[in-house]
Design a protein around this ligand. Sequence first.
Ligand code: PAP
Length: 328
Amino acid sequence: MSTSPSSSSAPLSEDSDLQELMEQQRKNLLSTLPRQRWQGSYLYKYNGFWFSTMQMPGLVEFRKHFQARDSDVLIITTPKSGTTWLKALAFALMNRNIYPINQNHPLLNQNPHTLVLNLEYLSPHDKQHPDYSFQGSRRLLGTHCPLALLPESVMNSGCKIVYLCRNIKDIFVSYWHFTNKLGSTETSFEEFFDLFCKGVSLSGPVWDHVLGYWKASLDKPQKVLCLKYEEMTQEPAFNLKHLAEFLGCPISQEEETAGAVDEILGLCSFDQMRNLEVNKSGTLGNLRNHAFFRNGKVGDWKNDLPSEMAGRLDQITAQKFHGSGLDL
Ligand code: PAP
């Protein structure tokens, strides 16, 4: 399956007029939203959630124009929950008949974010709207969009959602390191933490993001699958097979005996992916692919988070998740 957008054929002058109009509309919208300084730019509060300047145009277009298909699969996360890993696993699983796990596998020379595009980062650029007409019979796409902001067609169609949760303290620490790699570091660790606790983070509040999908997975288990990073690390084979079943492409006993599960897990493992040339020196926009592979550990927050900060996050998490049955 190819996930590359196809090109537009609209005349140039018409394109530039539309582009100007859309740019104006975007500026008008942004000027009405509450905003917070964030790493040399801003996060905007849009319908209760915070998004970066880079996310906003694509997010608005996604909400307006994306039409889900019954066969679509959406990988959804709050940033730094293990998106890159889940995208790689889902891509390898769903395409295993087209791309057997061998030396020519696309994941060996492309970053998972290039193979599974994030919908809100598809920007209109030189087109009237982003082109969602990816080729292939089954689209595999990603987004950090909260449930409440999804286009209606996503919940109303047979499209499947795979959501990945992670311990909030590990998300925070991963997010801090990642943000620093984005460039400007104008916010101190303490300020950054304070904002995170107040819900001001990329696609945050993180708790509301997670809870939305967690509840949907309880209501509609055939439609939304919630996986946990920690459980995937502990029992990768079990979770991979569970994912395959949920996506309607179960791994047969024959495939398993032939080593399919181990092959996919090996291909997508942290060490394997981190050491690929594309992930050591490749880039995604102005970001080095390397930034998506830090250490991939469970409980690494202990190395960065003083106990009082850890306690504060635990307290907020306990309050927010109280009665939901969710434990992260
Ligand atoms: P994104 O939401 O911005 O795409 P995401 O992939 O969710 O980022 O976050 C990266 C985290 O996943 C990193 O965690 P860390 O900072 O605690 O180390 C990264 O190391 C981890 N990660 C990336 N690839 C893998 C993988 N193949 N297996 C396990 N963890 C991974």
